[in-house]
Design a protein around this ligand. Structure first.
Ligand SMILES: Cc1cc2nc3c(=O)[nH]c(=O)nc-3n(C[C@H](O)[C@H](O)[C@H](O)COP(=O)(O)O)c2cc1C
Length: 182
């Protein structure tokens, strides 16, 4: 059993975070979900709270527990950090050390040894844009392992690379990473 912090960002694939949260729980993991403000436009915190059986954090400036500093505390209590789906915007922010929301602030506060995975999901042109590709390379240098997107008919109507990796592949990568780090 691991403490997994799942960061959900503003992608049309955010609804798949419900299945991911549920499956991680069934595997016995304790899941804490973080959402960017944009992610809450795609799926409700209540859904992910019910499936994770845990508080869902959406705001870095709200301190639910006055005796702790949430983003520092949660970062320390994370055995594995998973961003899925990872939007182009959040990828750019993480590559440049932003800490302007609960997802980016906790990512920046993670101890250097904490394993971190990132599953991009976006339109093909957004994914192939040199800015996104450069940001992804930078994140790999910072220790993020990428779970590459797959080709599919995307929500925008384009066919191409950018669809979130299959949930079972994300789960496999989580298990493999936890196995390697323990
Ligand atoms: C209907 C819709 C679908 C979107 N899907 C994606 C997506 O799959 N991937 C992505 O990177 N951005 C997508 N966006 C744009 C992001 O939501 C937007 O860039 C947002 O600022 C991301 O913020 P965040 O990274 O803080 O969550 C979508 C926007 C809309 C309106």
């Amino acid at each position: 059993m691991a403490r997994i912090t799942l960061a959900v960002t503003g992608s049309i694939a955010a609804y798949k975070a419900a299945d991911l949260t549920s499956q991680l729980g069934k595997l016995g993991h304790a899941v804490t979900v973080l959402m960017t403000p944009a992610a809450t436009q795609f799926i409700t915190p209540l859904t992910l709270q019910s499936l994770s059986k845990n508080l869902v954090y959406t705001d870095v400036m709200t301190e639910e527990n006055p005796s702790t500093i949430k983003h520092i505390d949660l970062a320390k209590q994370t055995d594995l950090f998973l961003v899925a789906p990872a939007s182009a915007q959040t990828i750019a922010k993480l590559a440049h050390g932003f800490a302007d929301n609960i997802v980016t602030a906790i990512a920046l506060a993670l101890p250097t040894t904490t394993p971190r995975l990132l599953a991009p999901a976006m339109n093909t042109n957004m994914y192939l844009n040199p800015a996104t590709q450069t940001n992804l390379k930078q994140l790999q240098r910072y220790g993020f392992q990428l779970i590459p997107p797959r080709e599919d008919l995307l929500a925008c109507g384009d066919v191409g690379i950018g669809a979130l990796a299959d949930i079972h592949l994300i789960l496999e990568k989580v298990s493999k990473t936890l196995h390697e780090t323990n």
